[in-house]
Design a protein around this ligand. Structure first.
Ligand code: UD1
Ligand code: UDP
Length: 366
């Protein structure tokens, strides 16, 4: 390759899910640079993951921070264009569906740089979600579409994307879980530290704008989770994302006694909390996948999911965020048979992604 692969990332899930690809570049001596947009900047959502996943510091941090969608994305685009001109990458790689992905996709596609999209072809079919717009745009301007499953590949084909651009790789989240779950078992003390050893507990995350920015929905989620926990004699542990913490305070919502809020957790601690939980309640994309990989039943508190594979294998159920529906969903999933197959691949997605990018640049001489 002449120029580097530039990883454009900006949020917690992108750091976690691009880590296996970055590690593969390092192992195979493939040149790369890391461009951080600064969308996430709090230590608990950002630098803690670079440290724990043993990633190098970003080469550049655009330090864009928080703002409205337009402000945040626009500011990223303006700053990114200048930096990409200097970095002169051959390929820009983005992952997932955040505003950082949208900015990276637009910036690269307006320059003479190829774009690769990791986790291509996911669809919730709900265009009210900012993430749905971001992933559709990224897919349609990408040269390399790394689809995690055959279902996502079919979706891309249905939308008219040429077959030659698509590679089914599995999801890099599997690489991350396989690589770190044993390390987490050895190093993390979170279970005894939180007094959870030998207890039944539910793990909850809720941070999506459509849930926590809506006072009524957020209240129903808290009530539903608390009632479900009570019915099963399980405390609900809720590592709370800063957006949700802000909204909780702004709406002056009371957290029921059954729910214990804790700060956002480091990756290894969070993996332990997931693995040992009786059940997981979430609106996160990555957490739905991890629950499925770890064999823990999941209740997704949303109107739609772009991870239907988790439902198809029996690992997850989708619940409209109202208290009664959540309670019913939890009752259903606590009785679920947990012997499902992981639909997200074998944990070698990072290797496949790098192999595809490198092979296209160094074709075998006949
Ligand atoms: C973003 C993604 C969402 C993803 C999530 C991962 C978009 C549109 N949304 O949502 O898809 O699931 O990241 O966690 O890109 N804040 C802090 N510290 C930070 C970052 C944010 O306190 O480091 C607070 C600020 O009050 C900010 C709010 O969280 O206004 C929302 O941050 P933002 O990056 O806009 O979106 P997320 O909710 O994190
Ligand atoms: N995660 C974490 N600590 C937490 C909550 C989540 O390390 O306190 C990890 C989790 O393991 C998963 C990722 O963050 O890999 C999911 O990110 P998030 O829910 O913020 O975003 P989404 O996947 O919904 O875009």
């Amino acid at each position: 390759m002449n120029g580097p692969i530039t990883f454009v990332l900006g949020t917690r899930p992108e750091i976690i899910k691009l880590a296996p690809v970055i590690h593969t570049c390092r192992e195979r001596d493939v040149p790369y640079t890391i461009l951080h947009t600064g969308q996430h900047y709090s230590e608990t959502l950002d630098s803690v993951f670079f440290n724990q996943l043993e990633l190098p510091e970003p080469d550049v941090n655009l330090a864009v921070g928080s703002g409205s969608h337009g402000e945040q994305t626009g500011e990223m685009l303006i700053r990114m264009e200048r930096v990409l001109e200097d970095m002169a990458p051959e390929v820009v790689l983005v992952q997932g569906d955040t505003n950082s992905v949208l900015a990276g996709a637009i910036a690269a596609s307006k320059m003479d740089v190829e774009l690769g999209h990791v986790e291509a072809g996911l669809r919730s079919f709900d265009r009210d979600m900012p993430e749905e717009i971001n992933r559709i745009v990224a897919d349609h301007v990408s040269t390399y579409l790394f689809a995690p499953t055959d279902g996502s590949r079919r979706q891309l084909l249905d939308e008219g994307i040429p077959e030659a651009r698509i590679t089914v790789t599995g999801n890099t989240v599997v690489d991350a879980v396989y690589r770190n779950q044993e390390i987490a078992r050895r190093r993390s003390n979170v279970i005894p530290e939180l007094g959870l050893r030998g207890t039944e507990y539910f793990l909850m995350t809720a941070h999506r704008a459509e849930n926590v920015d809506d006072e009524g929905r957020f209240r129903e989620i808290l009530q539903g989770a608390a009632q479900a926990g009570q019915a099963h004699g399980a405390e609900v542990i809720y590592p709370i994302h800063p957006r949700a913490r802000d909204r909780l305070e702004a709406f002056d919502l009371e957290v029921p006694d059954q729910i214990r809020t804790i700060p956002p957790q480091e990756y290894l601690d969070f993996l332990r909390l997931e693995a040992e939980a009786t059940l997981i309640l979430t609106d996160s994309g990555g957490v739905q996948e991890e629950a499925c990989i770890l064999g823990v039943p999941c209740v997704t508190m949303r109107d739609s999911t772009e991870r239907p594979e988790t439902i198809d294998v029996g690992a997850n159920t989708l619940c409209r965020p109202d208290a009664d529906t959540i309670v019913r969903g939890v009752a259903e999933m606590t009785n679920a048979d947990t012997e499902w197959e992981n639909p997200f691949g074998d944990g070698n997605a990072g290797g496949r992604i790098v192999a595809e990018l490198v092979a296209d640049r160094n074709p075998v001489v006949q």
